[in-house]
Each structure stands twice: as C-alpha cells, then as structure tokens.
Design a protein around this ligand. Structure first.
Ligand code: CMP
Length: 299
C-alpha cells in the first residue's frame, strides 16, 4: 500500500468510476462551527495528515445532529457508517464494558471503522445532551478518493512536464506521483537549512526558491542561484549524504513535491540516456546528461 492509499478509506468499497456520480451536499454552518470542525479534524491523529482541501470539504459536508443524554451514539462491534465531530457536551468511550475515556467538544470520534474498514472498536455514549457534526461513509470516501485521484493525475502530468523525468515510463511516473507529498512555504521560509540532516528530495511545482551557502570565513550567506517551477534540489540527500550542503529559502509562496530517499531509490532505476532524446540546444542537452548521470548514480 502506498502512503496515499493507506488513508483512502476502504477503496475497494467504492468504484472510482462512480466517483463523479456522487453528489456531495454541503451544509451551512457558522464560522465558529467551521473552525471547530477543522480544529477537531486537524487534531485527530488519523486525520491530521489529510490535505487542507480534504479537511475543508469534509467540514463543508458535515451535517448537524443532536442526541439526548444517555443515548448510544456508537455500538462496539457494529458496522460503522458515520464519522462525528463533537461540538457540545460530553461522551464516554467504553470497550467491553470498561471505560476508556471521556471526550469533550472539538474532538473527532467514529473515524476508525470508516478509515480502516473494521467494525466499531468501542461504544460511545452521550454523557450529556450533545450536538454533533456527522459525515457518512460514502461522502467521506468520495472526498478521500476524489481528491486523491485528482491530485494523482495532476502530479503525474506535472512530472511528465519536467525534463528530468520525461524519460521515465508511465507506470513509474504515476507511482512516483503517488508517493509524493505536497509541501507549502511562505516567503523567507527555510525549506532546507545548511548543516541540517535530511533525506528528502524536492521538486518545485509552484514559485521560486533561493539557494545560498554560508561563507565559512565570514559566516555570510552567499546567494548561489534561483530555482523555479520544474527545478529540483536536495539531491545530495539521495546519494546518502545526510548533511545539507546549502540552504534553500522560499521567495514568495512556494509549493514543492517531496520524495524521500527510500521511495526514490525504489522507484527510479536511472533515467534513459539523454542521447536518445531530441534536444533543441547543447545547453539543454548538457543539463539533461548531467541530471541523467546523477540519477543513475544514486539508484
Ligand atoms: P470507531 O471504532 O469507528 O468507533 C468507536 C470510536 O471510539 C472509535 O472509532 C474511536 O473514535 C473511539 N475510540 C476507540 N478507542 C478509543 C480510545 N482508546 N480512546 C479514545 N477514543 C477511542
């Protein structure tokens, strides 16, 4: 299972071709409720790694519901169909009659059975009257898969447009796209700090970055170069060097696609000889040759 699929919520239950047919309904909510739901989702260990867009869509599709004190919200062993965020009141979580914990507002519960396609792992009972936000399994899965599939095809298209990756076979490109993590930076953010350890490789998908190295005599940061969309950096880490040899900072808003050393080595078996390619000029050809040599050397 790849990283992205690992949290795709039981992909087999839903035929991807049906995804476009599912209409998601959004429910109006106050600013306070919207923020509460987002915070709850981002605080949940299993959901905090979702992309921001997915969190927003889940929030948008959550519908309000309420239950009175003493009601059973979730019964251990049942097939689960709903994920909840608690807005008001308290619930108690028990397993085989034993209390596990109490949960208060701004928390997600009922996510495990939906994310991992298992039966309910515990019973959840309302200790007070409660107000909840709820999203059903099918909507939840649609959001997970639709976003995942759109991203996958966008990343694959993007990689195909980067000269260094053009010679990779289609299946490798899509596998690479599947393990990429998207990261965002604001102006001045350090993406890589010289001297820090790291094992990740970055491809710029949006914006510009500045590469600089510290002058060991003066301690001054000396600008080396500016990189833009389609350029990559952090490659020394793929050769097994743990220590970053330069600093890279964002110039304005930047989006990078990040691959870790292991995924990279597993997926890329060296790029094709650039001599097989039609190149418009010697400079481009030289650069591609350099890149090709580099990729061959790390794999
Ligand atoms: P799910 O298994 O779908 O339904 C029961 C829910 O109880 C479960 O998801 C979690 O949200 C929650 N839950 C289970 N075990 C614990 C625990 N040890 N602590 C807190 N919450 C739990």
């Amino acid at each position: 299972r790849t990283k992205r699929q690992a949290i795709s919520a039981e992909p087999s239950a839903l035929d991807p071709s049906q995804l476009t047919d599912v209409t998601l309904t959004s429910y109006c909510k106050s600013k306070e409720s919207s923020e509460l739901i987002q915070k709850a989702l981002m605080d949940n260990d299993f959901m905090k790694h979702l992309e921001h867009g997915q969190i927003l869509t889940i929030m948008d599709c959550m519908r309000p519901t309420s239950l009175t004190k003493g009601c059973c919200v979730i019964q251990e062993g049942d097939d689960g169909s709903t994920v909840y965020v608690l807005e008001e009141g308290m619930v108690e979580v028990t397993k085989q009659g034993k209390k596990l914990c109490s949960i208060g507002p701004e928390k997600v519960f009922g996510e495990l059975a939906i994310l991992y396609n298992c039966t309910r792992t515990a019973t959840v009972t309302a200790l007070t009257d409660i107000k909840l936000w709820a999203i059903d399994r099918q909507d939840f899965q649609t959001i997970m898969m639709r976003t995942g599939l759109i991203k996958l095809s966008q990343y694959t298209d993007f990689l195909r447009s980067v000269p260094s990756f053009q010679s990779l076979p289609e299946d490798i490109l899509s596998k690479l796209a599947d393990v990429l993590e998207e990261t965002h930076y604001s102006d001045g953010d350090y993406i890589i700090r010289q001297g820090a350890s790291g094992d990740t490789f970055f491809i710029i998908s949006q914006g510009q970055v500045k590469v600089s190295q510290q002058n060991s005599d003066t301690d001054e940061q000396v600008p080396e170069k500016t990189l833009t969309k389609g350029d990559w950096f952090g490659e020394q880490a793929l050769k097994g060097e743990d220590v970053r040899t330069a600093s890279v900072t964002a110039v304005g808003d930047v989006t990078c696609l990040v691959i870790d050393r292991e995924s990279f080595k597993q997926l890329i078996g060296g790029l094709d000889d650039v001599n097989n390619k039609q190149c418009d000029n010697d400079e481009v050809k030289a650069r591609l040759q350099e890149e090709s040599d580099f990729f061959s050397s790390v794999t």
